[in-house]
Design a protein around this ligand. Structure first.
Ligand code: CP
Length: 325
């Protein structure tokens, strides 16, 4: 891995396969044992800095750091000095005085993670920057698909919903194609970014496109980013045309959703409660994948530094990733 993880474009297909292989081999089973802790990052410090609401990303990064034995500090903007007017730059400079190894940042503005990387010596991981990118979500989605389907080469995926405001869509359109998947976007024209075809995906406006795909990836309507604008004549019309249920699925098709889900808007309750979706598998994958990312971002950088110094780097797998108990 590179020094930072700001965009899915920071990773080659080989990088993605390597990080996810570490997650599968070393970290998935840690969460399934009685003693869910390994000493891998003992003595390391991780700061999770969240300026936007989160359940999955914040808990999984916190748990990932703790299960790797790192010291983990969680800073939520709404209960920090941000509320007293402290800027992002000054917050990062302040937290940098603790000499953290990794800063995980979620922020409502595109480019915030890259901005943080300018003001810290720590590794920076983008946990979602506005409607920019969400690269760790992309990695856990690819991992979930690998667990379900094996190889991803040639799989067809339809990404359905509010693509315009979705950082997950931006990372996944690129990430899925890197893995050899064919991507189709399904959304009403106002909820598609202008020129999105340039990213290589097909674009349609009807759920008819679900016929023949292997994976249906649903997106939430991101009302908090609509800023009062209306992108559909009515929510009822959106639901009638784009809410996906079991009746839309063919044999063997699987449904993913990054969460949080809005039942009855983009996903029918019956589908949300069915075995046809991988939503909770994605959540479990998120923990293993984020453990792997935290581990690899430190170990790979250390190996690169050793190599630059003319020393023989240890392979990541030979480092200390065995259980505490
Ligand atoms: N998928 C995702 O980012 O969920 P949270 O907003 O709960 O972190």
């Amino acid at each position: 891995m590179n020094r930072h993880l700001l965009s899915i474009n920071d990773l080659t297909r080989d990088d993605i396969e390597s990080v996810l292989a570490t997650a599968a081999k070393d970290f998935l089973e840690v969460s399934r044992r009685d003693i869910k802790k390994v000493p891998t990052l003992r003595g390391r410090t991780i700061i999770d800095l969240f300026y936007e609401k989160s359940t999955r990303t914040s808990t999984s990064f916190e748990l990932a750091g703790k299960r790797l034995s790192a010291d983990v500090i969680n800073v939520k903007a709404d209960s920090s000095a941000v509320g007293k007017g402290e800027s992002l730059k000054d917050t990062v400079l302040t937290l940098g005085a603790y000499r953290p190894d990794i800063i995980v940042i979620r922020h409502p503005h595109v480019g915030a993670a890259a901005f943080v990387a300018r003001y810290t010596d720590a590794h920076v991981i983008n946990a979602g920057d506005g409607k920019g990118e969400h690269p760790t979500q992309c990695l856990l989605d690819i991992f979930s698909l690998q667990q379900e389907f094996g190889g991803l080469e040639g799989l067809k995926v339809a990404i359905v919903g509010d693509v315009l405001h979705s950082r997950v869509a931006r990372s996944n359109i690129t990430g899925f194609q890197k893995m050899g998947m064919k991507v189709t976007l399904v959304a009403p024209p106002p909820l598609l970014p202008r020129g999105v075809e340039a990213l290589g995906a097909e674009v349609t406006h009807s759920l008819d496109a679900l016929e023949g795909v292997d994976v249906v990836y649903l997106l939430r309507m991101q009302k908090e980013r609509h800023e009062g604008a209306s992108f559909m004549p009515s929510l009822r019309e959106y639901i009638s045309r784009y809410c996906v249920g079991l009746k839309h699925l063919g044999k063997g098709q699987k449904v993913l959703h990054p969460g949080p889900i809005n039942r009855g808007v983009e996903i029918e309750a019956e589908l949300a409660d069915s075995q046809e979706n991988l939503i909770l598998q994605q959540v479990e994958a998120g923990l293993a994948v984020r453990m792997s990312i935290l581990y690899r971002i430190i170990v790979d950088s250390a190996a690169a530094a050793e190599e630059a110094a003319g020393e023989e780097p240890l392979a990541p797998e030979t480092k200390n990733i065995r259980a505490v108990g």
